[in-house]
Design a protein around this ligand. Structure first.
Ligand code: SAM
Ligand code: SF4
Ligand code: F3S
Length: 477
């Protein structure tokens, strides 16, 4: 599942790169950092901003924690399990401190924001704690840590978007990249810790987003995913000064999508996540208008029961959500739709659960991220409601959803056999270097024989067979 994925990140772009002397703080020796990221795509994108900040300070990246002078762990608080994984990993880092007493260990991200200074008291091994809006202060905190002082900066900001920092692509395939377009969230879903760990919503300068996407395209990237917790509420005011007049123009998410799509028809544009209450017809018409904006929408529903949706403070009902799905399919008939769903939220009955199953039956999602409810300290739900669904029932309901989803996905994939899709090749398949892997517009993975194709190529593929998760095909270019 997406948030439980952990990836050891490393920086391949550093090899052969030259540094301008004026960007290196000569007081700091060239040191190595290792960064490990957990959580959502936004956290992975943040690690790339952190890598860029550290590079400017003369740090080089390594692939193994054993080789590092600085170990950073970019954490997630979304569920208890995600936090447990981080604690376990920190325990494993203890051994490196024994062999390298000068080693600095830093905790970044949402768990740093949630637990603040208590982290340093509880986890003796941790030297610095830095929240998602405070990464610019990392060099100073690291320098202090080398002198033996522990440091915490978890100030949340109303303005920080790191718009001027060019992320260093970590673990990149050179074809697809994430681009953050906003930070924070104002929605206050009752189960969710994100508004507390990421702060108020703010949109990044539209021109800096377009410039970053253009630069990626010029470097050979062929797909960008625009990231935000709620991309449809993107709103940036561009101010221009014309002689004595000030001209202001609001850039909506639909405008931004169009600006990025216009960079080149060869650049695919994806985005995530859409809140069902905010996605507009204007966005759907923009997707319709540009062939390079992928026909794929991640539209988390969370529950199929209107009563539970109200307790979750999602601000839409089951009927409203289904009408939105119908509208998407009316305007973009072949649109892939994916979702997130939580089982066992406070007071959820069997009847509510059946409503979630029947919603699944109706929507026939192309992809679903399914979780059981995990109470998070400080959230509205923790303060207002009792976490009263026993764990075994939460898990049983989750399993029923997983089973239904598997049944649907095999059938959905089987319907694609015989059809032709344009796919963007992303690299070798996980199983063999004789095969390549790419994605359809609707985000489905397709495997083809390698032949003379390479990553970054667009190819037309006729689907010959499938499993529940993967399509296999032959190129018909
Ligand atoms: N902003 C997105 C939205 O509005 O749907 C989702 C953001 S959240 C990082 C990703 C998913 O984690 C949510 O859609 C939800 O399904 C799940 N999630 C969040 N809090 C949770 C909790 N306390 N227990 C279980 N799952 C949770
Ligand atoms: Fe959390 Fe809701 Fe914001 Fe998504 S929209 S990040 S679920 S509060
Ligand atoms: Fe986790 Fe924070 Fe993302 S809580 S899901 S890393 S915004």
């Amino acid at each position: 599942m997406q948030e439980l994925l952990s990836t050891k990140l490393h920086d391949e772009t550093r090899q052969g790169e030259t540094f301008s002397m004026d960007t290196i703080d000569l007081n700091l020796p060239l040191k190595n950092f290792y960064i490990e990221s957990y959580g959502c795509a936004m956290n992975f994108a943040d690690s790339e901003v952190v890598a860029s900040i550290l590079h400017k300070e003369g740090f080089g990246s390594v692939k193994e924690p054993a080789l590092a002078d600085l170990i950073l762990i970019n954490t997630c608080s979304i569920r208890e399990k995600a936090e447990d994984t981080v604690r376990k990993r920190l325990t494993e880092f203890r051994k490196f401190k024994k062999t390298n007493p000068g080693l600095i260990v830093g905790v970044l991200g949402c768990m740093a924001e949630r637990l603040k200074g208590t982290f340093i008291e509880q986890e003796k091994l941790v030297d610095i704690v830095v929240g998602p809006d405070a990464y610019r202060s990392l060099p100073g905190l690291i320098e202090e840590a080398y002198t033996g002082q522990k440091g915490v900066n978890v100030l949340l900001s109303r303005e920080e978007t790191y718009a001027d920092i060019s992320p260093i692509r970590l673990n990149s395939n050179g074809v697809t990249a994430f681009v953050s377009i906003m930070r924070g969230c104002n929605n206050m879903c009752s189960f969710c810790v994100v508004p507390f760990t990421r702060g108020r919503e703010r949109s990044r300068d539209a021109l800096s987003i377009v410039q970053e996407c253009e630069a990626l395209f010029n470097e050979g990237y062929r797909e960008v995913t625009l990231l935000g917790q709620n991309v449809d509420s993107y709103n940036f005011i561009v101010t221009r000064y014309k002689t004595k007049d000030i001209v202001q123009k609001t850039v909506t998410f639909a405008n931004l999508l169009e600006m990025v799509a216009l960079i080149s028809p060869e650049l695919r544009v994806r985005f995530s996540t859409s809140h069902p209450k905010d996605i507009t017809d204007e966005v759907l018409f923009t997707i319709q208008k540009y062939e390079n904006i992928c026909n794929y929408i991640h539209l988390p529903v969370q529950s199929g029961s209107s009563r539970i949706l109200q307790l979750m403070n999602r601000t839409y009902s089951r009927e409203w959500y289904l009408a939105k799905v119908d509208r998407i399919r009316e305007l973009i008939p072949d649109c892939g739709i994916s979702t997130d769903m939580i089982t066992g939220f406070c007071t959820e009955t069997e009847e509510d659960h059946q409503a979630s199953l029947s919603l699944f039956d109706y929507c026939k999602y192309d992809l679903a991220y399914l979780y059981y409810y995990s109470e998070r300290p400080g959230t509205l739900a923790e303060r207002r409601f009792e976490d009263d669904v026993p764990l075994d029932i939460k898990k049983r309901r989750l399993q029923e959803l997983v089973d239904l989803y598997r049944e649907h996905s095999l059938r959905t994939m089987q319907k694609e056999v015989g059809k032709t899709f344009k796919i963007l090749v992303e690299g070798f398949s996980k199983k063999s270097e004789e095969q390549l892997q790419g994605r359809t517009d609707q985000n489905k993975v397709v495997i083809i024989a390698k032949d003379n194709f390479k990553k970054g190529d667009y190819v037309y593929v006729k689907i010959t067979h499938c499993t529940a998760g993967t399509l296999f095909g032959e190129v018909i270019n």
